[in-house]
Design a binder for this molecule. Structure first.
Ligand SMILES: O=C(O)CCC(=O)C(=O)O
Ligand SMILES: [Fe+2]
Length: 343
């Protein structure tokens, strides 16, 4: 395994050659956090109608494909515990971190890797290390999780359960906005995985990238972040996402765009690095289980004579295989991973 960026970057004065992006892939001018991106308060409040919240979420999913939520039900203490835990994790000796892990994107086990999903074949690397593991069902997956810090499995297990509750709550609100039956997403939301991305200090953020622009292939993603660095692209322009303490960033993935028959849009996003603050994001992905023969298609309720079917029906595992092949192509691949699935 290639050594983690965090194992050699401390104190480096310049970006090593194989991390210098070609000019067209560099982040460009500094983009500050933008206050247009919706922040939705999920606090139950007798003065606020549930339908108002549904409409706010729907509008955010249609216009941005990304929003933040506050008062979402996951306790602030638990979110703080996660920040402390992962700070400790990424500061452990490299041998403690690396023990027993497999290749990136293992769907069955835990992996710790550096850069993107294709280190060996990349012409240039990303300034990022990632710990990734599935979370649901818990009993099946916790044995593959890190043993250090000693409280890892217990604390992350509790967090995964709380984030799952929030995830279903928000999916129900989205389903209600779309006019789908309650519980619609249960069948396509069995999979839950976490990626903890660590972006160490970078001596020259103008030359490097944390992650290139991409859209998540799953249904929906919930992200906890401690520092600025995440940006989304709207109408060809990058916009910075404010790291609001204890908020979750919610972004729509390809599966939700497809199920909504194009009514909701998925959000392209990327991460830039910083020379003054290291950054850690704790990301939970929800979606279908790629190990089962799950068929995904636009919801029948949303396909009408005035809104014809925009995407084919397909098996999710085939979509993921195509997505991985797409992101492993030389950058930038032509088209988008959705193109082969359009009617
Ligand atoms: O680290 C972040 O803020 C974003 C991570 C991300 O986009 C991903 O892991 O898919
Ligand atoms: Fe992403």
């Amino acid at each position: 395994m290639a050594l983690l960026v965090s194992s050699w970057s401390n104190g480096v004065q310049s970006v090593p050659k194989d991390y210098v992006m070609p000019p067209e892939r560099r982040p460009g001018d500094f983009v500050s956090a933008c206050n247009e991106i919706p922040v939705i308060d999920l606090q139950e409040n007798p003065k606020i109608d549930r339908s108002d919240i549904v409409q706010q979420i729907l509008k955010a999913c249609q216009e941005f494909g990304l929003f933040q939520v506050i008062n979402h039900g996951v306790s602030e203490k638990m979110m703080e515990d996660m920040r402390v835990l992962y700070h400790e994790f990424f500061n452990m000796p490299v041998d403690d971190k690396l023990r027993g892990y497999f290749e990136p994107w293992s769907t069955t086990g835990c992996s710790l890797y550096t850069s993107g999903v294709n280190y060996a074949k990349e012409d240039v690397h990303y300034w990022k290390d990632t710990l990734r593991h599935p979370c649901h069902p818990l009993e099946e997956h916790t044995p593959s999780w890190p043993e250090k810090p000693a409280r890892y499995r217990e604390e992350v297990g509790r967090y995964a359960v709380e984030v799952r509750k929030m995830g279903f709550k928000i999916l129900d609100l989205i389903g209600e906005g779309l006019g789908l039956n309650e519980g619609y997403f249960n069948g396509v939301n069995q999979y839950q995985t976490m990626a903890i991305n660590h972006y160490p200090l970078c001596p020259d953020p103008g030359l490097a990238m944390g992650i290139d622009g991409h859209t998540d292939p799953n249904l929906i993603t919930f992200l906890q972040q401690d520092q600025y660095g995440l940006q989304m692209c709207k109408d060809g322009k990058w916009m910075g996402i404010d790291p609001i303490p204890n908020a979750f960033v919610v972004n729509i993935g390809y599966q939700l765009e497809i199920i909504s028959n194009g009514k909701l849009k998925s959000a392209e996003h990327r991460v830039v690095t910083s020379s003054t603050t290291a950054r850690t994001s704790i990301v939970t992905f929800f979606g279908p289980n790629a190990g089962l023969p799950i068929v995904v298609e636009p919801a029948k309720e949303l396909v009408t004579s005035t809104s014809p079917k925009m995407f084919k029906s397909y098996q999710y595992n085939n979509f993921i295989a195509d997505y991985l092949a797409y992101i492993r192509k030389p950058f930038p691949p032509s088209g988008t991973p959705l193109d082969p699935y359009r009617v």
